[in-house]
Write a protein that binds this ligand. Structure first.
Ligand SMILES: N[C@@H](CCC(=O)N[C@@H](CS)C(=O)NCC(=O)O)C(=O)O
Length: 204
C-alpha cells in the first residue's frame, strides 16, 4: 500500500469511538488529519472492513478499523504499549474491563430518571470504579499498568470521560480518588491538553 506519509482519522463529528485514535495519536506526538462528517460517506464506508468507522489510514496507506485495534496499533508503533507480554496482557485486561462497563452503559435508556439508569450510576458503576481504584492502588504509579502511560490509561480516560464527565446523572466518582486523579492527570498531560484545547467542540 502506498500512503501520503500522514495519519488520517475518519470518524463522525463527535468524540465517540474516534476520539480514542485522536487522543492516542496526540499523546504519541504525531500529526494526523482529522476527517469528520455528519453522515458516513458511502464511498468511504465501502473501503472499511465492516461498514463502520473509526478508520485509521496509516502513513504507509494501510487501513485499520475497530477502535481498539487502532489503539493497539498506535500503542505498538509509538511506545505506548507494554514492555513485556505480561504488561500487554495487563493492558488488555484493563481495556476489556472498560469494554464491559461501556457495554452496560450503552444499553441504558437515555432518560436520567429511568430506574435502570439510576441503578447503573448508584450501584453498577461504583462497583466497577472500585475495581479500577484497586488496580491503581496496586500499581501505585498513577498508571494502570507499570510505571508509564500506556494505551490502557488512554482508553480508560476517553471512555470514562464520556460516561462520567459528560452526563447529567448523579456521579459516584468522588468516592474513588485514585480513578478521579488519574482522569485529571491524563487530561492534563501536555499533548493531550493541547489536543483538548484545539479539538472541535461536540455534544458527544
Ligand atoms: N466495534 C467497532 C464499532 C464501530 C461502530 O459501531 N461505528 C459506528 C459509529 S460509532 C458506525 O460506523 N456505524 C456505521 C454507520 O453509521 O453507517 C469499533 O470499536 O470501532
Amino acid at each position: 500500500m502506498s500512503g501520503d506519509g500522514k495519519y488520517h482519522v475518519h470518524y463522525f463529528a463527535g468524540r465517540g469511538l474516534g476520539e480514542i485514535a485522536r487522543i492516542a495519536l496526540s499523546e504519541a506526538g504525531v500529526e494526523f488529519e482529522d476527517h469528520r462528517f455528519e453522515s458516513l460517506p458511502a464511498d468511504l464506508k465501502a473501503t472499511t472492513k465492516f461498514g463502520q468507522v473509526p478508520l485509521l489510514v496509516t502513513p504507509a496507506g494501510d487501513r485499520i478499523n475497530q477502535s481498539t485495534a487502532i489503539l493497539r496499533f498506535i500503542g505498538a508503533t509509538h511506545g505506548l504499549s507494554g514492555k513485556t507480554a505480561l504488561e500487554n496482557a495487563e493492558i488488555d485486561q484493563v481495556i476489556e474491563g472498560v469494554n464491559d462497563i461501556r457495554a452496560k452503559y450503552r444499553a441504558l435508556p437515555a432518560d436520567a430518571a429511568n430506574e435502570e439508569r439510576i441503578k447503573f450510576f448508584s450501584t453498577v458503576l461504583p462497583q466497577w470504579l472500585g475495581y479500577f481504584e484497586a488496580i491503581l492502588k496496586k500499581t501505585g504509579s498513577g498508571f494502570y499498568v507499570g510505571s508509564n502511560v500506556t494505551i490502557a490509561d488512554l482508553y480508560v480516560y476517553v471512555s470514562f470521560d464520556s460516561v462520567i464527565n459528560k452526563t447529567a446523572d448523579a456521579q459516584p466518582i468522588d468516592a474513588f480518588p485514585l480513578v478521579k486523579a488519574h482522569l485529571e492527570a491524563i487530561a492534563a498531560r501536555p499533548r493531550i491538553a493541547a489536543w483538548i484545547a484545539k479539538r472541535p467542540v461536540s455534544q458527544w
